[in-house]
Design a binder for this molecule. Structure first.
Ligand code: B12
Ligand code: SF4
Length: 464
């Protein structure tokens, strides 16, 4: 069977191309069992014409959309703009997993996949090839001809990730993706996260399937995947994009022991501040770690614990960043503003903690409520979402859809734009200025304009 994946990446901040691990994994499984795959990546601005051409030329048997909530509106637009769909059309990804009822709003779609899609999609491709029923496949909700929806049970999480082939990176121009992010290849060695942050979808995704959610490939298999990627592509950095790289201690230790014996490329990792200690840093240093990214998200301890369910002290955050710096790692922080119940006074605590930790770089996001998540549902119940603003298209996480009298939109935008200045002005004016421009209203167009020299801009602003 010929399968076409559609990955929409529209109005995403920063201008770097991205590799969708889910599609890479699905494609590898399909190919292993004799099916043929192709990817259509709609990047930047919405334009359906190239996809129309691909459909005419490729004539797929199956079209599979990957959907995250911020991209959902574009997928719906594609479905209605292209009207008649000859192929079996389905969707999977975080949004259909969290909110499978979205199938009701996509009449052109024949099925949605809840949770991991490797085996459901393989079963579907095999069933279409063999002419067997497609409406009894586990993990798929399937729309019948009369419009009724069959809700099949969802299969458990895949227990052993090593049984999956390595992700298919040939489905896209993978070298272009590496080049667009400063020669960085990304890897996802595990799945799942044990924490319950209320703004994130993990706490729902975890409940959709039975079995253990947090899993990793074996270290040897990860090293083999790295070897294949660095042999084939021109790579300078490896970004190990797992939500929580250090969550399984024994795995983490084995990786840090074995990696430097085989590779010398710097690695970039994600962590939670409470996971950082001397032992972890020593191991990371041995494994050529160059940067540690940590979510701080909010600077007010009580607010962070009660509203975001991130129960860590400010002291542990400050200590974690200081320790990383001591070991010579670059640090990056993720922060949020414009959250439910937040006030400008509470946001000042986020400025304060970021100024205290002085990360080499940071990402400040304006909170976006994802339906079905704990915080997304609170926004809905408390009618915080402005229906008019929800219709507007804007670059992700640079504006708000919330209408909160205690923290009006204009104030959220002001906080967003001035954050970098407030954080860096005392320590480094040279850093404060480019960041200030980046977070200003001209930041996004300027980034696109500066694409050819962005490596130098980054070196100047972040020192990496
Ligand atoms: C790595 C990652 C990224 C990377 C990689 C890009 C990508 N799209 O994967 C980067 C940093 C670029 C990124 C960007 C964004 N991300 Co992100 N990301 C993740 C993360 C941490 C892991 C995803 C992953 O790779 N998992 C492993 C792979 C194997 O699983 P998977 O992608 O889910 O795919 C499996 C199933 O979903 C299913 N499946 C997926 N697609 C399809 C299609 C078909 C046809 C079928 C049958 C099945 C199927 O089968 C796959 C294999 O089992 C998740 C958190 C999480 N736990 O999911 C957030 C997450 C997916 N991201 C999220 C968001 C919002 C974004 C951004 C919009 C952020 C922004 N504002 O810029 C962008 C959107 C980019 C885009 N166009 O999709 C949200 C989605 C929320 C939601 N409810 O929809 C998540 C869940 C995190 C969160 N905060 O809740 N992201
Ligand atoms: S630690 Fe990160 S990935 Fe895990 S639940 Fe929190 S925000 Fe989501």
């Amino acid at each position: 069977m010929k399968v076409l994946f559609v990955y929409t990446d529209i109005n995403v901040r920063g201008g770097a191309l991205s590799y969708q691990f889910g599609i890479g994994q699905l494609s590898a499984v399909l190919k292993k069992y004799g099916h043929v795959t192709r990817l259509h990546h709609m990047f930047g601005k919405y334009d359906v014409e190239p996809l129309r051409k691909t459909l005419e030329e490729y004539q797929p048997d199956i079209v599979g959309f990957h959907i995250v909530y911020p991209q959902y509106r574009f997928v719906k637009k594609i479905l209605s703009d292209l009207k008649s769909w000859k192929a079996f059309t389905l969707a999977g990804g975080a949004h259909p997993t969290v909110l499978p009822e979205c199938i009701e709003d996509m009449p052109e779609i024949e099925a949605i996949c809840i949770g991991e899609g490797e085996y459901p999609l393989l079963d579907l491709a095999n069933a279409l090839r063999d002419g067997t029923p497609t409406d009894t496949i586990q993990s798929l909700w399937v729309r019948l001809k009369d419009g009724t929806i069959v809700r099949n049970p969802v299969r458990p999480f895949i227990r052993n990730l090593d049984e999956l082939p390595f992700m298919d990176r040939e489905i896209c121009d993978y070298q272009a993706i590496i080049d667009s992010d400063f020669k960085t290849a990304t890897f996802q060695f595990g799945r799942g996260c044990p924490f319950d942050c209320t703004y994130c979808s993990n706490h729902i995704i975890r409940c959709r399937q039975e079995g253990g959610y947090v899993r990793f490939r074996s270290v040897d298999s990860c090293l083999e995947e790295i070897r294949q990627v660095v042999t084939k592509y021109d790579v300078k950095y490896l970004y190990l994009n797992d939500d929580t790289f250090m969550v399984k201690k024994a795995w983490f230790q084995e990786f840090c022991d074995k990696y430097p014996k085989q590779f010398s490329l710097p690695i970039l990792v994600n962590a939670r501040p409470e996971q950082i200690n001397d032992d972890v840093c020593r191991r990371l240093a041995a494994a050529h770690c160059q940067r540690v990214t940590m979510g701080v998200e909010h600077g007010n301890e009580k607010y962070r614990a009660e509203v975001l369910h991130r129960k860590m002290t400010n002291e542990s955050i400050v200590r974690a960043f200081a320790l990383c710096k001591k070991y010579g790692f670059k640090t990056k922080a993720h922060q949020l503003v414009g959250l439910p119940y937040e006030t400008p006074e509470l946001h000042r605590d986020t400025i304060k903690i970021t100024a205290d930790i002085q990360p080499d770089s940071f990402n400040l996001h304006i909170f976006e409520p994802y339906p079905g998540t704990y915080l997304g549902d609170i926004c809905k119940q408390e009618k915080l979402i402005d229906p008019e603003r929800e219709k507007i298209e804007f670059v992700g996480q640079t504006d708000t859809v919330l209408n909160m009298p205690q923290f009006p939109r204009e104030e959220i935008l002001r906080c967003f734009r001035r954050f970098a200045w407030r954080v860096y002005k005392r320590e480094s004016i040279l850093k404060a200025i480019p960041y200030y421009v980046y977070y200003s209203r001209w930041g996004e167009p300027l980034i696109r304009l500066l694409q050819p020299i962005k490596r130098f801009v980054r070196k100047f602003a972040m020192g990496v």
